[in-house]
Design a binder for this molecule. Structure first.
Ligand code: CA
Length: 229
């Protein structure tokens, strides 16, 4: 999951980036409306956290431009005051949720998870493929009912694949989804993550197929799907 945080308060932004980093999201942060506009015009994000009070172009304008461009990614707005008019205006402009500062980090994370699920039309916190279960709420993975250890990056790649089962995903797309600006990861690194994930998952009948020239496809053996059904 790739997330853009638009927030001019350095301290708050650092806290949000740290929290999301730990959950395996790829996070970019900008501190002005102009930079947000630029980032949103050039990259694809799964989620945007948008402060309303920004220097220059405010959050409302950023949101308006985003929706005018036809971009439908979920947006969580942050407002400094509990002003009804701000919240109504944000929602009317196409925000999906809002939080009033100050807020608890745990609630922020829960709302983001809900928005991510809505963005990919999932209604459960559990992602399942054959004998593999990723619980995005508890942030734990199980394979054949045994806990599965994943690095933050492996988690990020696997969550992305699980949320898009049945789709062939290109290396570039995966790379863009799991890497933020301050990380330099080559497309070859994706192959390394895939091979590590395969070593962990294939004995349990969960396969990452390479579709030559197109990308990767996550699927479970028929037998394991029946066994877990
Ligand atoms: Ca602000």
């Amino acid at each position: 999951m790739r997330v853009l945080i638009v927030e001019d308060d350095d301290l708050l932004a650092a806290g949000l980036v740290r929290a999301l980093d730990q959950t395996g999201y790829a996070v970019d942060r900008v501190n002005s409306g102009e930079r947000a506009d630029l980032a949103l015009s050039s990259e694809t994000y799964d989620l945007v956290v948008l402060d309303i009070g920004l220097p220059g172009i405010d959050g409302f304008s950023v949101l308006k431009r985003l929706r005018t461009r036809g971009q439908t990614c979920p947006v969580l707005i942050l407002t400094a005051r509990d002003a009804v008019t701000d919240r109504v205006r944000g929602l009317d402009l196409g925000a999906d949720d809002y939080m009033v500062k100050p807020f608890a980090l745990s609630e922020f994370e829960a709302r983001l998870r809900a928005l991510v699920r809505r963005g990919v039309q999932l209604n459960s916190a559990q992602l399942v493929c054959g004998n593999l279960i990723l619980d995005t709420l508890a942030h734990r993975a199980w394979l054949n009912q045994a806990p599965l250890n994943l690095t933050a990056r492996e988690w990020g790649v696997l969550e992305y694949l699980l949320m898009r089962q049945g789709q062939v995903l290109s290396k570039d797309k995966i790379l863009q989804a799991v890497c933020s600006w301050d990380e330099t990861i080559s497309p070859n690194a994706i192959e390394v993550y895939m091979s590590r994930l395969r070593n962990k998952l294939e004995p349990a009948g969960v396969n990452i197929r390479t579709i030559r020239g197109f990308g990767y496809l996550l699927e479970a053996d028929d037998t394991t799907q029946h066994a877990s059904a």
